[in-house]
Design a binder for this molecule. Structure first.
Ligand code: ADE
Length: 230
């Protein structure tokens, strides 16, 4: 089995690479992929760069070129739900693209013909994450994540995304990774630790908490890997 672990930024995969110690480095299609044997399975790890296009390329490469048969995403997000505070973990039950808009043709936000507004995450991986949360004694919220090519630092935009998509958190890669994995029938899991509240202070909060929140997310994802291996 080849398991993909993906982030968007170097900070999001650094804690995972640190845990592995030894890995092989391959450059492919403008990104660096790290391959390692971990407890008897193959891991392929990469950060995509920020946004839907780069994350689509990386997720596709991990599945089609490196042969990943499951994909776990680890990273940070902005909170929409007031229940989510900096450092809290959110697991996506389903994801939508908040910036996909052909409403001019009478379609709902986030929808294009032959697509769907939401892509659902793998149920088995969600169940596994509940076991991991219990074992770690961590409270992990499940919810809807909205994705778009926009760093949201605006209360009004954040509230609009929350209302239209019933989203609990927002980020810039999850839904595009979900579309790729769904199309290729690769079970996927998107985990995010909150770095900011997507409000006027978001960029400062993001800079301050990116690294610590990324570590929170990466530690949980590695526990997921340990569970999958067993
Ligand atoms: N990732 C983390 N915080 C974010 C925000 N406020 N907007 C978009 N993506 C994010």
């Amino acid at each position: 089995m080849t398991l993909a672990i993906m982030g968007a930024m170097p900070e999001e995969i650094a804690p995972i690479l640190e845990k592995l110690g030894e890995y092989k480095t391959t450059k492919y299609a403008g990104n660096t992929y790290y391959e390692a044997n971990y407890k008897g399975i193959q891991l392929v790890i990469a950060y995509s760069k920020i946004g839907k296009v780069f994350s689509t390329l990386t997720a596709t490469t991990m599945c089609e070129h490196f042969g990943a048969t499951k994909l776990l995403f680890s990273g940070v997000a902005g909170a929409i739900s007031p229940k989510l505070k900096v450092g809290d973990l959110i697991v996506a039950t389903k994801l939508a693209q908040h910036d996909l808009d052909i409403t001019a043709f009478g379609h709902p936000f986030g929808y294009v013909p032959e697509g769907s507004i939401y892509v659902e995450a793998d149920k088995e991986l969600l169940a596994l994450s509940k076991e991991v949360a219990l074992e770690m004694g961590k409270s992990v919220q499940e919810g809807i994540i909205a994705t778009g090519d926009q760093f949201v630092a605006d209360e009004e935009r954040k509230n609009w995304i929350g209302e239209i998509f019933h989203a609990d958190a927002l980020e810039m890669e999850g839904a595009s990774v979900a579309v790729v994995c769904d199309a290729l029938h690769v079970p996927f899991f998107i985990l995010r630790a909150i770095s900011d509240a997507a409000d006027m202070d978001a960029s400062f909060s993001f800079d301050e908490f990116l690294e610590t929140s990324a570590v929170e997310s990466a530690e949980f994802v590695m526990k997921m890997v340990d569970k999958i291996v067993r």
